[in-house]
Design a protein around this ligand. Sequence first.
Ligand code: B12
Ligand code: SF4
Length: 500
Amino acid sequence: MLRPRLSSPAGHPMLTAPTLPPPVPGVPDARAALLVHPFYAKDPRGSFGKHVLTPATTFSTLAAATPPGWRVSMWDENLLQGPPPSGPPPAVVGITVHLTFAQRAVALARWFRARGSLVVMGGLHVEACPEELAPWADALSLGNGVGTWPAILADAATGRLRPRYQAPYAGFAQEPPPDRSILPEWAYLTPTSIIATRGCHNRCGFCYLSTRGLRMPRENRPVQDVRRELEASPTGYGVFVDNNLGSDPDYLLRLCQALEPAERIWSAAVSLDVTDRPELVRAMALAGCTGVFIGLESLEDGNLRSAGKRCPPAADYARRVAIFHDHGIQVNASFVLGFDHDTPDVFQRVASWVEDHRLESATYHILTPYPGTPLFRKMEGEGRLLHRDWSRYDTSHCVYQPRHMSPAQLEEGYGWLYQRTFSARSIWLRRPRDPIAAAPYLAQAWLYKKNNALWTRLIRDRQVRRAWAPLVELQRRRHLAFRARLRTTCPAESPRRRAA
Ligand code: B12
Ligand code: SF4
């Protein structure tokens, strides 16, 4: 059973949760609802900047679904402003729970309940392990919070809260757009996280989308609604946090056509098969796409097959990555390490591949069996799970017995890979061939990858947006100029290729 962790030893603010003061009971503020994001430890081998790039849309989505008559606010412990504020306890506290911060969520739930608030829990870990969290909450929300949250608040107001609420993921197009006014304006590179699509055409065995009981059918939002969200961005930069914005290529094409006149820039996670249609990549570039996050997962086809991932063969990755580069789109590739076909040379192979093909960025994850997924059941069935300390199911710890190496070897290799990719030499080797694109790439890489001490200060001192804003605007203007050149080329010939 989860044990609450009420206080943490003094330590680095990115690694240790703030200490909760002794709970003082009070009279709850009857129409106040507080949404809380618990603290999680950041991996110092990666960039601390990643955690303040853009917020999850969880709270802005729930804020938009809050019925009139309620005052809703949020507290994200990861913004380094200390534990949630004291003062009159809110009548309802909604805590979002992922497995990595489940223990902290429980500590916060106990603290708020001791002060007199009703505690509601929702999110991915509630979805996967509701029984584990039930003892610590007055109500659990399963499924789509847009459906449960208004009912929860209505029942809390009349003293009739039920232990469980459930709502399907359906009718995405009719949902209100996120209410981003709930977000602190200083806190992220951009507040404009957008979700245009739900679900994914793939069903990879390690992905949270394959969690037992989670049904998220594929749905798209009207493209003009998405355009309005992007246009309203105060930074001119939007981040699509869809699972896979490329899951429905025809929709993506329509979306790009709608976004092109907005003159904004954006990035998104897409699967590599969008390069089946190079004209789609061109449309993305013309619409303002400056970067893609792609789950390449592995350079070994056997691993992709065993994960059930339908994607191009690894031998074709390089050609497809070049299609993005030719259209001025940076590639951040995500690799999963520790699959059953991985041997100890995997780290060196991935490092060299990333450098040989000049990937501007790469993100590494140790294979992690999330509870409720087919991967979890397989590892459990084979007796390979080492423990169930969810705080270490964070993709930077090895929590199972790998096939061809020890857990320590896997963790060491993962650390080495990050060190290598974040080294000045590797950053330099991977600079874009086009000298005009190389300078901003180097500035961004330096700020993002070499400055964890600075990131800690920027977050604590509420300077994140201010520090990033000039770089974002520079990138937007550069992209507008690039787009103008791209428009004058025929689809088979890109300005990047000519510059190279
Ligand atoms: C943006 C994002 C981030 C951002 C911000 C994260 C944050 N916690 O704020 C950054 C870049 C920092 C990040 C970091 C990481 N992330 Co992340 N991230 C996402 C992403 C792309 C979007 C999240 C989002 O906006 N979802 C949309 C909202 C609306 O959905 P939702 O949160 O589930 O909320 C809905 C319901 O669950 C419910 N609900 C949720 N909470 C509550 C609370 C209440 C009270 C109620 C009523 C309802 C409710 O209502 C909402 C509306 O329906 C997701 C993938 C995805 N598309 O969801 C991955 C995802 C959440 N991340 C993931 C991971 C693994 C990580 C990292 C560990 C990766 C790493 N190694 O660095 C880190 C660390 C985070 C951590 N320790 O938890 C995994 C989590 C897997 C799991 N089973 O836990 C996901 C699912 C990606 C994936 N495909 O595997 N991430
Ligand atoms: S392609 Fe990506 S989002 Fe889709 S199921 Fe696989 S891992 Fe999940």
